[in-house]
Structures are given as C-alpha cells and as structure tokens.
Design a protein. Sequence first.
Length: 365
Amino acid sequence: MKENRKIFNRFEWNKIIAKSSEELKEKFPVKNLIGKKIKALNPIGLFHDCCMESNIIRENTHSIIQNEPFVFVFEDDSTFELQLMWEKEYYFSENQISKDITDGINHCEIDTNIFFEKIIGRKITDIQLDKNITFFTDSEFSLKIEFYDTNHSMISLMKNNQYTEIDSKLYFSAKKNVNQIPIEEGHNTSSFFWIMPVNELDSKEKGFYGVEEETNAEFSIEEDYIINYLKEFLLKHFDSSLYKVCRNPEDGIPEFEWNLEWNLYEYKTVKKIIEEIKEFCHLLKTDYKNEKTLWFRTRNCKFYLPSNQEKLRNYKGTDSSVILEDKMTDEEINTAIDFYNRFIFQMEQMMKYYPNHLFINFMGP
C-alpha cells in the first residue's frame, strides 16, 4: 500500500528484496522503467554529512551518501524506490512511497532536484545491473547507485560513464538548512550504538551468543548522542535481573555496558522510558529550570551547545563556568525535542511490528 503520510515509515514499506546481483537481475523491473521521464528525485531523510565532506569537498565527486530510500518521481507521477543495505542487499518497489514524501527517520537535508539537475527531465533509456545500478538517460548523463558501506549507498552523477566533478556552489545551493541529530537506519559499524528488537534464548550456542536479533528493524545512534540525550533514562531503567545466558555470570551482577555487550530492556520498560521522555520534552519547553532537567542542562549546556562553544574557544581564564550560559536557545531545545520524537517513533514502531520479541537491545560500539 502506498505511503500517503508526510513521513516515510520504513516498517510499512512493501518492498522487494534481492540478496545478490543475480537475484537483482531476475526481479528488477527494467521494462517498467525504461522510457519514463524523470520529473523529480527525492532522497528520504539525511545524507551523511561527514561522508559528504570527504566525498564531495575533498574528492570532488558529484555524489551523495544516502542512508534511507531514494525515490524517482516520473512525469506520470508514478514512483520507483531504491535502497542498498548491508553491502549486499537491494531493496526496491514501485509506487509505494508518495511523490511528496522526503522525510523518514530523519529530515531531508538536500534538494537533489538541484543537485542532480542534469538528470531532471531526462528519459531513462537503459538500466545496467551488476553489483551497481546505473540509470542511463537520453543525454550524456546517467545516475549510478552503488554500495558505500554497511548502511549507506553512494549516488553519483556520471557523464559518458565517468564520475563527474561537483560544483561547490551547486552543492551549497542544494543543501537544506536542517539542524538535526542523526538516527541511521541499519548497522553503522563506527562509534554507534545498535538498537533492535531481540529475544534471549536458552543457550549461548543458539542465535548470536544466545540472542535472536531482528536486524531488519535495527537503527544506529552515535555514542555521544546516547551519552548526552539517553544515558539518564537507560541507566535508570537498567534491570540486572533479566540476563540468563547472554551475559557471563563470572563477570558478577550485570551493569549497563558501553561496548559490545547486551543491554536488554523489556517492552514494558521501553514504554515507561518513552513516557518519561515525553514528560521531559514538555519540561524543556515549559519549565526549563525544573530540577528534572538538571542532568541535561549540566551535560549539554556547558560543553556541547553551539552557543557556548565559541565562548569556550575565546576564553583565556581558568574557570570556564563563569562564562557559560545555562540556557539553551529555542533552536537547540527544538533540535533536542525533535530527536526525542523521532527516537520515540522508531521505538514504538519496533514494538508494534515485532510483538513476538521481548526486549529492545542497546549495544555500544
């Protein structure tokens, strides 16, 4: 069923999955797409900023690094959706994501109708399928989509089958003014926490060291954001009595672990955390100096808020606390609340679509 809301919900995406280039060739709807004129290109959610800096500004290629689906909108208002994941899997569909949707787990950060303007208005004349997917058009320009890492694809403007160089002015004119804390679909192998529904099994020899993981629902959050925004809730609700086989009993009573260890939260506990986060967001908006926000203000205002970072850079004294404001700007508060709302939505959808799992696991890098 086509998604008609303003936000793409990955749990409701009715997609086809191909797990090899051979299977891709069997399932990909080449005949349905050839001859269609491209009206618009919609990248759902964020492109990875640091990757953009390294792959466009430094290497100078006309590419974006995409985490969520990439949508072709055609002249007849039909759509084609495509996403590459896990360095081996191809997700795609026809007419499943509305032509008006650009936000998903994250808000859309780039206008690809500007960035890939050479492709807009062109007809697809051929599609090359190997490990990569290349859409050729009735011009010298084509669009190549290839695996980048475990949870990103790279989408590049090609000219006569060669990578093209980016015009930095075009890049900055296409980049939207979006301030958000990223939540990435899939498994980012860098310094990220990996969050997904799981079940603990009755033996460490079963599953993945005694745990059945639902990797299809997984998302990743950089560890600094876990520390600054979620640590308080996770530590408060950690239950050491849950672990039967996935923690080593010789390590003593389980505690919250920050690196490569299971941190299990029952669904009922996750729901409590969600309610506390909602209350916390309300306080940020209406009663900023409430004692329940002290941990957040202490951690974020002193060192992490942009409004204080410049003061720290220019300060020559020894007691920096005298210059730092204990007040977030409205934009900083809204950015925090936006992150919490998007996090809550992902957690709620996990529990809704995976009711047979008992826990959500938070595993650090």
